[in-house]
Design a protein around this ligand. Sequence first.
Ligand code: ADP
Ligand code: TRP
Length: 321
Amino acid sequence: MLSGVKPTGRPHIGNYFGAMKQFVDLQSDFDEVFVFIADYHAMTSDTKKLLIGQNSIELALDYLAIGLDPEKVILFRQSSVPQVTELSWIFSCLVTMPYLMRAHAFKDAEAKKKEVNVGTFNYPVLMSADILIQDADIVPVGNDQKQHLEIAREIARKFNTQYGMIFKEPQEKILEETETVIGIDGQKMSKSYGNTIPLFATDEETEKIIMSVPMDSKGIDEKKNPDDYNLYKIAKLFTNENQDKEIRSMFENGGVGYAEIKKYVANVINNYLKEMRERRKELENNRDYVLEILEKGGKIARERAEKKMEEVRVKCGLNAE
Ligand code: ADP
Ligand code: TRP
């Protein structure tokens, strides 16, 4: 199993329920588990070098705090494996521009900005290299990464046909219930929409965000269908059966103001995240430990990748004497 997240700022509950929680839930199910910090990918949108480096350490803290076990998981920075950029070059000679121009992420970037950098255009190729270089079978991600996995399979097939079978075709693992977590405004939760609930916010910050979730102008005594409300959809990610019943009845029976329902929901969320937030606080004082884990993981990932690249260079005929 292999997956990664970009170090582009504080992860939110969409990242958590869509992708990161899966990493933790699956970490004991595979012989080898690779989880990395996609710092090269972050460079497509953020070229301030200090931020990417710092954010990478922050993301490593997040990974450990949510429960990734460094005894089970090979945790590393993508840039500890420069072989992926070599493989990405080889792959970019296999795929065509029109093919990559159909990728959603590129089309979105192009619609927003006049000048898209080549890194953004090549993003799916580098991602394919991340996955294929480690022979990953399963890649847990949110729904927005589905197309990238299709591209990775296509690239594996192309390479295998042209140069000989050496790459596996990886499969995405997307959880249906949380494939696209909504933000407080009902759109997809995303750092770029400013609608997130950060995983590692303080209780106060979380409560403030929940209090700001837009509702409607229905009267306090009116009966309401909880399924119509973004607040309920977000709460549902965190509730146990009893808490769910309690929230549903507040909506359905009427008589409880939105502020009170929101306070209840904020409380449920803060309790759910309490333990991992505390664990993160402890880890913050132990950065050397975190750096050590990254270094160790980087070495293992790099050595494996180099071995694979030796095969790739032979297949491509680059090593002829
Ligand atoms: P963002 O989209 O916030 O910039 P990333 O691109 O770093 O975050 O995404 C990291 C992981 O989180 C990916 O697997 C992605 O599919 C998943 N993810 C991001 N946003 C959501 C969301 N709203 N719902 C479900 N999964 C998500
Ligand atoms: N593109 C992924 C994202 O936006 C991050 C990523 C880079 C990744 N390389 C990967 C995810 C390889 C899974 C496998 O979140």
